[in-house]
Design a protein around this ligand. Structure first.
Ligand code: FAD
Length: 311
C-alpha cells in the first residue's frame, strides 16, 4: 500500500491524495471518501494511473463530472481517477475528437464557436464526454452514441484500443464500457457545417427547456430512473412511458426521507436539501421503486450509478 502511495505521488505529485471526500465532486453533494484520488489532466495520465493501480492490484473507479453517480456514505475503496482537463481537436471538416475529461458544455461551446453543428442540443447536459459515453446519455429522443464515429479506450491494465461505434454496444442508457470496465480516453463526434448564430439559438432553447422542467437550484444527479422500454417493460394503458410520470402518479412527488426529497418539479429527480446522506437517497429510491411496482407493475431501473458499497 505504501509503495502504491509512493508511486502515485511520484507520478502525480500533489494531485495524488489519500482519503479524500468525494461529496464535493458529485452533483448530489453526498458520499464518503476515496482511499486514493488522482486528478488526471490527459489520456496519458489516465493510462499511467491505470497501470500503477493494476500493478499494485488496487481497484479503480472513474469519476468524470460526478453528475450521474450516488457515492455511498462509506466512500469508495481503492483508487478514484477523476478526469480533468483534456482538449478538443478538429479532424477535417466533419469530425471532432474530444478527450474524456472535456465537459459536454465545453464541447458544445467549442463546436458552436467554430460553426460546427451536431452537438448544440446537448447544451446544459452536466458532466464529461467520458460519463456521457459510459451511460450513452440521452436528450430529446437522441442518444449521444449516435453522434460518435469511434472511440479510444484503455483496458484496466492500461492497454489502449481504438473502436468503431459498432463495437460500443450503444443502446438506451447502455454502452460496452459498463460491461468491459474499459475507460474512455477520447471520442470522435460527427459534425457538419452550421451557422454559429443559429446553433447558439438552438443551444439556448435546450437550456431554457431544462430551466423550465428541471429543479436546477438543488443538488441532484438528474433523472434517477431509466424510462420503461418497449419490449422489456409493460406499462398499463393510458399511463405515459416515463419514469417521472410513474413516480408522480404513484403519489410520490414531494415525498422526503431525511434530507432527500422527490422533486416537486420533476418526478424523476431526487434533490438533496443540503443535509441528505447517500443512505437517505437510496431509501427514497427504494420507496419509489416499491410504490411504482405496487401501483403499476413496472420495475424501475436506476439510471444513476452507485459507487462504493452502501454503509
Ligand atoms: C441537472 C442534471 C441534468 C441532467 N440531464 C441529463 C440528460 O438530459 N441526459 C442524460 O443522459 N443525463 C443527464 N444527466 C445525468 C448526467 O449529466 C449524465 O449522465 C452525464 O453524461 C454523466 O457524466 P459525468 O462525467 O458526470 O459522469 P459521472 O457521474 O462522473 O460518472 C458516471 C459513470 O460513468 C463512468 N465514467 C466516467 N468517466 C468515465 C470514463 N472516462 N471512462 C469510463 N467510464 C467513465 C463512472 O465511473 C460512472 O460509472 C443530468 C444530470 C443532472 C445533475
Amino acid at each position: 500500500m505504501t509503495a502504491f502511495s509512493e508511486a502515485l505521488r511520484k507520478a502525480f505529485g500533489e494531485r495524488a491524495r489519500k482519503n479524500v471526500s468525494l461529496a464535493p465532486m458529485t452533483t448530489f453533494r453526498v458520499g464518503g471518501p476515496a482511499d486514493w484520488l488522482v486528478e488526471t489532466r490527459s489520456s496519458a495520465e489516465i493510462v499511467t494511473a491505470l497501470e500503477l493501480a493494476h500493478r499494485a492490484g488496487v481497484a479503480v473507479t472513474l469519476l468524470g463530472g460526478g453528475s450521474n453517480v450516488l457515492v455511498s456514505d462509506s466512500g469508495v475503496r481503492g483508487l478514484v481517477i477523476r478526469t480533468r482537463g483534456g482538449e478538443v481537436k478538429a479532424l477535417g471538416d466533419s469530425r471532432v475528437r474530444a478527450d474524456a475529461a472535456v465537459t459536454i458544455n465545453g464541447l458544445v461551446r467549442w463546436t458552436i464557436n467554430r460553426g460546427l453543428a451536431g452537438l448544440e442540443a446537448w447544451a446544459g447536459t452536466p458532466g464529461t464526454v467520458g460519463g456521457a459515453i459510459h451511460g450513452n446519455a440521452h436528450f430529446g429522443g437522441g442518444l449521444v452514441g449516435d453522434l460518435v464515429t469511434d472511440v479510444r479506450v484503455a483496458a484496466v491494465d492500461g492497454t489502449m484500443s481504438d473502436l468503431p461505434r459498432a463495437a460500443m454496444a450503444f443502446a438506451y442508457d447502455r454502452s460496452r464500457l459498463q460491461q468491459s470496465g474499459e475507460v474512455l480516453l477520447s471520442a470522435v463526434f460527427e459534425v457538419s457545417p452550421g451557422d454559429p448564430a443559429t446553433l447558439r439559438a438552438q443551444a439556448r432553447e435546450s437550456l431554457a427547456f431544462r430551466k423550465r422542467t428541471q429543479p436546477l437550484d438543488s443538488p441532484s444527479a438528474g433523472c434517477v430512473f431509466q424510462n420503461p422500454v418497449a419490449g422489456r417493460d409493460v406499462v398499463p394503458d393510458g399511463i405515459p412511458w416515463s419514469a417521472g410520470a410513474l413516480v408522480d402518479r404513484a403519489g410520490l412527488k414531494g415525498v422526503a426521507m431525511g434530507g432527500a426529497r422527490v422533486s416537486p418539479t420533476h418526478g424523476n429527480f431526487i434533490v438533496n436539501d443540503g443535509t441528505a446522506t447517500a443512505a437517505d437517497i437510496r431509501q427514497l429510491i427504494e420507496r419509489c421503486r416499491a410504490a411504482v411496482f405496487e401501483r403499476f407493475g413496472v420495475r424501475l431501473r436506476e439510471e444513476i450509478v452507485y459507487l462504493g458499497e452502501p454503509a
